[in-house]
Each structure stands twice: as C-alpha cells, then as structure tokens.
Design a protein around this ligand. Sequence first.
Ligand code: KG4
Ligand code: ZN
Length: 288
Amino acid sequence: MPEIAARAHLQTLIPVIERALETAATRWEQVDGVAVTKGPGLIGCLLVGVNLAQAIAWARKLPVIGVSHLAAHVFAAQLEEPDVRPPVLGLVVSGGHSDLIRWQEDGSIRVVGRTIDDAAGEAFDKGARILGLPFPGGPAIDALAVQGDPRAVRFPRPRAPGVDFSFSGLKTALLYEVRKRTSISDQARADLAASYQEAIVDALLQRVEAAQAADPAPTIVLGGGVARNRRLRQAAEARLGDKARLVIPAPELCTDNAAMIGAAALIEWERRGPDPAPFDADPSLGFS
Ligand code: KG4
Ligand code: ZN
C-alpha cells in the first residue's frame, strides 16, 4: 500500500531521527552531513526522505548526499569489516532484487547477473503464502525449515541463462507439490519449507560460485534482507569460505537499515562529494 507506506514515513521519520540522536548521545552540532536513500523504492516514501534530508541540510547548513539503497546493501560490509575494499563480488538479495554485482576498483558497481523474473525475497514471500505462512515469508520459512528435511522434496534448480537468476518456476513447483496433497501435516509443511529454501539457497550460491570461478575476486559480500537467512549464511560459509574472504554483515545490517545508508554515504562522498541541492528521488535507480 504505497500511500500508507508514505504516510507512515511522514509520521515516523522525525521521531526516529530524534531517538537515534538520543540513543547515540549525539547533538546536532556534532553532525557533519546528511545521508539519504535516493532510490530505488516507492516514490512516496523516497520523496518524504529526500525532502526531509534536504530540509535538514538547508536549515543546519550541512552538506547532503543521496545514495542508492542497493549499493548500500553491499557497502554495509564496511560496517562489519572496515577494511573491505573493491574489487568485490557481491550478491544483493532482497524483496525486489537478486543481483550479482562487481564493485570495481574505480568505485563503480557493475551488475553482472540479475533475476529474469522474481527476486529471491519475493520467492520466499510467495512460497510462504503458498505454504500458509505469514508475511514476510523469508523469516517464516527460515524458522520452519529448521524442523524440516531439506532433501524431502527435490525441487528443480532454476535455470536461467549465464549467471542470471529465475525463481518463478520454483514457486510453481511448490504450488504443484502443495496441490498434490489433500492435507498437509506440520512435518510435511516443515519439509516443504526446508526443501524450497534449499533450492533457493543452492541456486543463489551456484551463481556466485560460477561468477567467482570466471573472474575471482579477493572478497565476496552478501547483502539484502535474504542474506539474513540462516541456511544461506551457513551454506555460503561452507561453499565460498575457502574461495575468498567472505563478508556477510550481521542480520540487522542485512535488512533495510539506516546505518548502511551512512556507510554508503562515506564511501560515495570520498568518490564524488555531496550532491548539489535540490536533487530528486529516483524510484528506478540502480546501484549508482
Ligand atoms: O532488503 P530488504 O529488507 O528490503 C528490500 O529492499 O526489499 O529485504 C526484504 C526481503 C523480504 O522478501 C523478506 O522475506 C526477506 O528479505 N527476508 C528473508 C529473511 N529475512 C528477511 N528471506 C529469507 N530468510 C530470512 N531470514
Ligand atoms: Zn533492501
């Protein structure tokens, strides 16, 4: 509900900023600049943020910089391990994106693979709905899968050309598995959740492995809400841990958060400086 989301931003942004300053025991006089998400996302929400950031910057005579929320999912790695530098191979998996990227030495980010249909987070959310689990589906499947057998059902591994992803066929396969049964026991539901999750995780990591084999990077970063997934984190360590330095930010730094926007601002600031105000939100922004 885009309008409701935009209104919620309007109502919560100022109290959240005040509370953040309070929690960090920081006064406005200590703030050197304002960072904000310029895109991608819902235009109403982005507009509230971009305009508030510019208003604060104007009122307090501070520089302001707008950054990409997608790039921030990669740059969040620096909050975890400050010496992370490009070249980096990154996997950004969220509700709207499944992108394989290369953060290059000149500071730019190049997308080398993307989903041709659903994003990984969408696959979790839609799969959860099919299984009768609550939204958001990722955490629900993650939790239920612990009690299930990932080998109970062998779901097809999505095949898209090259290093791209595809998840819509997998979702349909789950739907058929559910329809095949007249009733589903708790154990069967947990088995389906574990098997479905296993297929998504396998598809994601298989692509990262292929990209790493083709052009090895010293560092691999995982980011975005789906990178909270416990099975993905564990399997990534096992499959990629000896191929590069693997950085998966703490779960709270993987889901959308403001700290990663600050991290992105510091990195971008060094590269291109603040934005000349006024600037606009960009709902279809890529990684820069
Ligand atoms: O990055 P994010 O917080 O917001 C977007 O930019 O979209 O990602 C949200 C997505 C949702 O689809 C949610 O189901 C998924 O991340 N997610 C998870 C887990 N926690 C959140 N997916 C799998 N396992 C999780 N534990
Ligand atoms: Zn996100």
